[in-house]
Design a protein around this ligand. Structure first.
Ligand SMILES: Nc1ncnc2c1ncn2[C@@H]1O[C@H](COP(=O)(O)OP(=O)(O)OP(=O)(O)O)[C@@H](O)[C@H]1O
Ligand SMILES: [Mg+2]
Length: 280
Protein backbone atom coordinates (compact mmCIF):
# COMPACT_ATOMS: atom_id res chain seq x y z
CA UNK A 1 0.00 0.00 0.00
CA UNK A 2 1.26 3.43 -0.88
CA UNK A 3 2.43 5.58 1.99
CA UNK A 4 2.36 8.82 0.11
CA UNK A 5 0.24 11.43 1.81
CA UNK A 6 -0.33 14.11 -0.77
CA UNK A 7 -3.92 14.71 0.32
CA UNK A 8 -4.93 18.12 1.58
CA UNK A 9 -5.28 18.44 5.34
CA UNK A 10 -8.76 17.65 6.63
CA UNK A 11 -8.74 20.39 9.23
CA UNK A 12 -10.08 23.85 8.62
CA UNK A 13 -7.76 26.82 8.91
CA UNK A 14 -8.96 27.97 12.31
CA UNK A 15 -6.29 29.98 14.00
CA UNK A 16 -8.13 32.81 15.79
CA UNK A 17 -4.59 33.97 16.46
CA UNK A 18 -2.04 33.43 13.70
CA UNK A 19 0.49 31.27 15.45
CA UNK A 20 1.81 29.63 12.33
CA UNK A 21 4.76 31.97 12.31
CA UNK A 22 3.30 33.88 9.40
CA UNK A 23 3.35 30.82 7.13
CA UNK A 24 0.43 29.32 5.25
CA UNK A 25 -2.42 28.29 7.49
CA UNK A 26 -2.37 24.73 6.15
CA UNK A 27 1.04 24.07 7.71
CA UNK A 28 0.34 22.18 10.90
CA UNK A 29 1.82 23.54 14.09
CA UNK A 30 3.36 20.13 14.73
CA UNK A 31 3.82 17.34 12.20
CA UNK A 32 5.21 13.94 13.16
CA UNK A 33 6.41 11.64 10.43
CA UNK A 34 7.43 8.04 10.96
CA UNK A 35 8.12 8.38 14.67
CA UNK A 36 9.21 5.06 16.18
CA UNK A 37 10.43 4.24 19.66
CA UNK A 38 11.73 0.93 20.98
CA UNK A 39 12.45 0.04 24.56
CA UNK A 40 14.72 -2.95 23.94
CA UNK A 41 12.49 -5.50 22.23
CA UNK A 42 9.29 -3.54 22.97
CA UNK A 43 8.20 -1.42 20.03
CA UNK A 44 6.22 1.27 21.84
CA UNK A 45 5.71 3.46 18.76
CA UNK A 46 5.64 2.21 15.17
CA UNK A 47 6.11 4.84 12.47
CA UNK A 48 3.57 7.30 13.84
CA UNK A 49 2.40 10.09 11.49
CA UNK A 50 0.34 12.82 13.12
CA UNK A 51 -0.51 16.45 12.36
CA UNK A 52 -1.48 18.81 15.18
CA UNK A 53 -3.11 21.92 13.69
CA UNK A 54 -2.80 25.29 15.38
CA UNK A 55 -5.50 26.34 17.82
CA UNK A 56 -7.29 23.01 17.95
CA UNK A 57 -7.84 20.42 20.66
CA UNK A 58 -6.63 16.95 19.66
CA UNK A 59 -7.63 14.06 21.92
CA UNK A 60 -5.15 11.19 21.96
CA UNK A 61 -6.93 7.98 22.91
CA UNK A 62 -6.03 4.31 23.13
CA UNK A 63 -6.00 1.38 25.52
CA UNK A 64 -3.46 0.90 28.33
CA UNK A 65 -0.01 0.40 26.85
CA UNK A 66 -1.03 1.68 23.38
CA UNK A 67 1.87 4.17 23.37
CA UNK A 68 0.13 7.46 24.22
CA UNK A 69 2.46 8.56 27.01
CA UNK A 70 5.50 7.45 25.01
CA UNK A 71 4.33 9.56 22.07
CA UNK A 72 3.90 12.72 24.13
CA UNK A 73 7.24 12.12 25.84
CA UNK A 74 8.86 11.95 22.40
CA UNK A 75 7.24 15.28 21.49
CA UNK A 76 8.20 16.81 24.83
CA UNK A 77 11.92 16.00 24.52
CA UNK A 78 11.94 13.32 27.23
CA UNK A 79 12.50 10.32 24.93
CA UNK A 80 14.59 10.52 21.79
CA UNK A 81 12.67 8.71 19.05
CA UNK A 82 14.47 5.70 17.56
CA UNK A 83 13.60 7.11 14.12
CA UNK A 84 11.33 9.62 12.40
CA UNK A 85 11.11 13.38 12.08
CA UNK A 86 9.27 16.15 13.86
CA UNK A 87 8.35 19.42 12.15
CA UNK A 88 7.38 22.53 14.10
CA UNK A 89 5.69 25.20 11.95
CA UNK A 90 7.11 23.39 8.94
CA UNK A 91 10.70 23.22 10.18
CA UNK A 92 12.46 20.09 11.34
CA UNK A 93 13.25 20.16 15.05
CA UNK A 94 14.95 17.77 17.48
CA UNK A 95 14.07 18.63 21.06
CA UNK A 96 16.44 16.61 23.25
CA UNK A 97 15.22 17.88 26.60
CA UNK A 98 11.98 19.33 28.02
CA UNK A 99 13.78 22.67 28.06
CA UNK A 100 14.37 22.43 24.28
CA UNK A 101 10.67 21.65 23.81
CA UNK A 102 9.66 24.54 26.08
CA UNK A 103 11.86 26.90 24.07
CA UNK A 104 9.89 25.93 20.96
CA UNK A 105 6.60 26.56 22.80
CA UNK A 106 5.72 22.98 23.77
CA UNK A 107 4.61 22.60 27.38
CA UNK A 108 3.61 19.35 29.05
CA UNK A 109 1.39 19.10 32.09
CA UNK A 110 1.80 15.66 33.65
CA UNK A 111 -0.48 13.89 36.10
CA UNK A 112 2.10 14.12 38.87
CA UNK A 113 2.46 17.86 38.44
CA UNK A 114 5.87 19.35 39.02
CA UNK A 115 4.72 22.04 41.45
CA UNK A 116 6.18 22.86 44.86
CA UNK A 117 3.58 22.38 47.60
CA UNK A 118 5.37 24.59 50.12
CA UNK A 119 5.54 27.63 47.82
CA UNK A 120 2.61 29.91 47.00
CA UNK A 121 0.95 30.21 43.59
CA UNK A 122 3.02 33.24 42.50
CA UNK A 123 6.24 31.47 43.51
CA UNK A 124 5.28 28.40 41.50
CA UNK A 125 4.30 30.43 38.44
CA UNK A 126 7.76 32.03 38.36
CA UNK A 127 9.88 29.16 39.72
CA UNK A 128 13.24 29.32 37.92
CA UNK A 129 12.17 32.45 36.01
CA UNK A 130 11.83 34.95 38.87
CA UNK A 131 11.52 38.61 37.95
CA UNK A 132 13.78 41.05 39.73
CA UNK A 133 13.96 44.78 40.11
CA UNK A 134 17.08 46.47 41.47
CA UNK A 135 18.54 43.11 42.48
CA UNK A 136 15.53 42.06 44.57
CA UNK A 137 12.59 39.85 43.64
CA UNK A 138 9.86 41.94 42.09
CA UNK A 139 7.00 40.37 44.03
CA UNK A 140 4.44 42.95 42.96
CA UNK A 141 5.12 42.50 39.24
CA UNK A 142 5.02 38.71 39.58
CA UNK A 143 1.81 38.84 41.59
CA UNK A 144 0.12 41.14 39.05
CA UNK A 145 1.15 38.92 36.13
CA UNK A 146 -0.10 35.83 37.95
CA UNK A 147 -3.47 37.43 38.67
CA UNK A 148 -3.78 38.61 35.07
CA UNK A 149 -2.85 35.23 33.57
CA UNK A 150 -5.36 33.39 35.77
CA UNK A 151 -7.98 35.98 34.86
CA UNK A 152 -7.25 35.61 31.13
CA UNK A 153 -7.71 31.86 31.48
CA UNK A 154 -10.94 32.40 33.43
CA UNK A 155 -9.60 30.52 36.43
CA UNK A 156 -11.92 31.89 39.08
CA UNK A 157 -11.83 29.27 41.83
CA UNK A 158 -8.48 30.28 43.33
CA UNK A 159 -9.08 32.54 46.34
CA UNK A 160 -5.63 34.09 46.66
CA UNK A 161 -2.46 33.86 44.57
CA UNK A 162 -0.55 33.89 47.89
CA UNK A 163 -2.06 30.53 48.84
CA UNK A 164 0.40 27.64 49.15
CA UNK A 165 0.04 25.27 46.21
CA UNK A 166 -0.16 22.37 48.71
CA UNK A 167 -3.59 23.68 49.74
CA UNK A 168 -5.04 23.55 46.21
CA UNK A 169 -7.37 20.93 44.74
CA UNK A 170 -6.24 18.71 41.85
CA UNK A 171 -8.12 20.82 39.31
CA UNK A 172 -6.65 24.06 40.66
CA UNK A 173 -3.16 22.56 40.48
CA UNK A 174 -3.74 21.68 36.81
CA UNK A 175 -4.86 25.26 36.22
CA UNK A 176 -1.68 26.67 37.80
CA UNK A 177 0.52 24.33 35.75
CA UNK A 178 -1.30 25.35 32.55
CA UNK A 179 -1.18 29.06 33.46
CA UNK A 180 2.58 28.74 34.03
CA UNK A 181 2.96 27.31 30.52
CA UNK A 182 0.77 30.01 28.97
CA UNK A 183 2.78 32.72 30.72
CA UNK A 184 5.90 31.33 29.01
CA UNK A 185 4.21 31.55 25.58
CA UNK A 186 3.33 27.90 25.07
CA UNK A 187 1.84 27.28 21.61
CA UNK A 188 1.08 23.63 22.31
CA UNK A 189 -0.03 22.41 25.73
CA UNK A 190 0.10 18.64 26.19
CA UNK A 191 -1.88 17.06 29.01
CA UNK A 192 -1.65 13.40 30.10
CA UNK A 193 -5.00 12.37 31.57
CA UNK A 194 -5.71 15.72 33.22
CA UNK A 195 -9.09 14.73 34.63
CA UNK A 196 -8.32 11.15 35.72
CA UNK A 197 -8.16 12.00 39.42
CA UNK A 198 -10.74 14.79 39.47
CA UNK A 199 -14.33 15.06 40.62
CA UNK A 200 -17.21 16.35 38.51
CA UNK A 201 -16.79 20.09 39.17
CA UNK A 202 -13.02 20.08 38.89
CA UNK A 203 -13.25 18.10 35.65
CA UNK A 204 -15.62 20.72 34.24
CA UNK A 205 -13.14 23.44 35.23
CA UNK A 206 -10.25 21.69 33.48
CA UNK A 207 -12.36 21.09 30.35
CA UNK A 208 -13.29 24.78 30.33
CA UNK A 209 -9.62 25.66 30.64
CA UNK A 210 -8.83 23.47 27.61
CA UNK A 211 -11.52 25.29 25.61
CA UNK A 212 -10.18 28.67 26.71
CA UNK A 213 -6.66 27.72 25.55
CA UNK A 214 -8.00 26.71 22.15
CA UNK A 215 -10.05 29.91 21.82
CA UNK A 216 -6.81 31.84 22.41
CA UNK A 217 -5.15 30.02 19.49
CA UNK A 218 -3.16 27.60 21.65
CA UNK A 219 -3.17 23.95 20.53
CA UNK A 220 -3.94 21.27 23.07
CA UNK A 221 -3.02 17.59 22.84
CA UNK A 222 -4.86 15.79 25.58
CA UNK A 223 -4.69 12.11 26.51
CA UNK A 224 -7.93 10.83 27.96
CA UNK A 225 -9.62 7.53 28.69
CA UNK A 226 -12.91 9.36 29.26
CA UNK A 227 -14.85 9.60 26.02
CA UNK A 228 -17.36 12.03 27.55
CA UNK A 229 -14.49 14.45 28.11
CA UNK A 230 -13.15 13.74 24.61
CA UNK A 231 -16.44 14.46 22.89
CA UNK A 232 -16.99 17.53 25.11
CA UNK A 233 -13.78 19.35 24.13
CA UNK A 234 -11.95 17.80 21.20
CA UNK A 235 -11.86 19.16 17.64
CA UNK A 236 -9.94 16.09 16.52
CA UNK A 237 -9.28 12.52 17.65
CA UNK A 238 -6.11 10.46 17.22
CA UNK A 239 -6.39 6.78 18.13
CA UNK A 240 -3.43 4.61 19.09
CA UNK A 241 -3.47 0.83 19.07
CA UNK A 242 -0.44 -1.30 19.99
CA UNK A 243 2.03 1.46 19.15
CA UNK A 244 0.34 2.40 15.85
CA UNK A 245 -1.63 5.53 15.15
CA UNK A 246 -4.62 3.80 13.56
CA UNK A 247 -6.99 6.72 13.01
CA UNK A 248 -6.84 10.48 13.09
CA UNK A 249 -9.31 13.11 11.97
CA UNK A 250 -11.95 15.67 12.87
CA UNK A 251 -14.32 14.70 15.70
CA UNK A 252 -17.26 14.74 13.27
CA UNK A 253 -15.89 11.51 11.73
CA UNK A 254 -16.30 9.64 15.01
CA UNK A 255 -18.94 8.71 17.53
CA UNK A 256 -18.38 7.06 20.92
CA UNK A 257 -19.04 3.54 19.66
CA UNK A 258 -16.76 3.76 16.60
CA UNK A 259 -14.10 5.28 18.86
CA UNK A 260 -14.38 2.38 21.31
CA UNK A 261 -14.11 -0.05 18.39
CA UNK A 262 -10.94 1.67 17.18
CA UNK A 263 -9.45 1.69 20.68
CA UNK A 264 -10.15 -1.98 21.33
CA UNK A 265 -9.54 -3.53 17.89
CA UNK A 266 -7.50 -0.93 15.96
CA UNK A 267 -10.14 -0.63 13.21
CA UNK A 268 -13.74 0.34 12.59
CA UNK A 269 -15.71 -0.22 9.42
CA UNK A 270 -17.55 3.02 10.07
CA UNK A 271 -14.45 5.24 10.10
CA UNK A 272 -12.30 5.45 7.00
CA UNK A 273 -8.60 5.10 7.66
CA UNK A 274 -6.88 8.46 7.49
CA UNK A 275 -4.25 8.80 4.73
CA UNK A 276 -1.84 10.14 7.32
CA UNK A 277 -1.24 7.08 9.40
CA UNK A 278 1.24 4.36 9.05
CA UNK A 279 -0.67 1.25 10.06
CA UNK A 280 0.43 -1.05 7.26
N1 LIG B 1 10.52 3.38 30.05
C1 LIG B 1 10.02 2.27 29.48
N2 LIG B 1 10.75 1.13 29.41
C2 LIG B 1 10.29 0.02 28.82
N3 LIG B 1 9.06 -0.09 28.27
C3 LIG B 1 8.28 0.99 28.32
C4 LIG B 1 8.71 2.23 28.92
N4 LIG B 1 7.71 3.14 28.81
C5 LIG B 1 6.70 2.51 28.18
N5 LIG B 1 7.04 1.23 27.87
C6 LIG B 1 6.20 0.26 27.14
O1 LIG B 1 5.75 0.89 25.97
C7 LIG B 1 4.41 0.57 25.72
C8 LIG B 1 3.57 1.86 25.65
O2 LIG B 1 3.50 2.44 26.95
P1 LIG B 1 2.82 3.83 27.25
O3 LIG B 1 3.13 4.19 28.64
O4 LIG B 1 3.22 4.79 26.18
O5 LIG B 1 1.28 3.48 27.09
P2 LIG B 1 -0.02 4.38 27.33
O6 LIG B 1 -0.79 4.35 26.06
O7 LIG B 1 0.38 5.70 27.88
O8 LIG B 1 -0.80 3.53 28.42
P3 LIG B 1 -1.72 4.01 29.68
O9 LIG B 1 -3.06 4.32 29.11
O10 LIG B 1 -1.76 2.76 30.52
O11 LIG B 1 -1.05 5.16 30.35
C9 LIG B 1 3.97 -0.38 26.81
O12 LIG B 1 4.11 -1.69 26.33
C10 LIG B 1 4.96 -0.11 27.91
O13 LIG B 1 5.14 -1.24 28.70
MG1 LIG C 1 0.05 6.67 29.74
Amino acid sequence: MSETSSSTPDYPAKPPVDNSGGGGSSVPLLALRGISKNFGPVQALQRVDLDIPAGQVTALVGDNGAGKSTLIKAIAGIYAPSSGTMMWNGEEVHPHTPRDAAALGIATVYQDLALCDNIDIVGNMFLGFEETSGGALDEIAMELKTVQTLKDLQVSTVKSVRQLVGSLSGGQRQAIAVARAVMRDARLVIMDEPTAALGVTQTANVLNLIKTLSSRGISVLVISHNLNDVFAVADRIAVMYLGNLVSNGPISKYDPSSTVELITTGASERVEPHPLHSFA
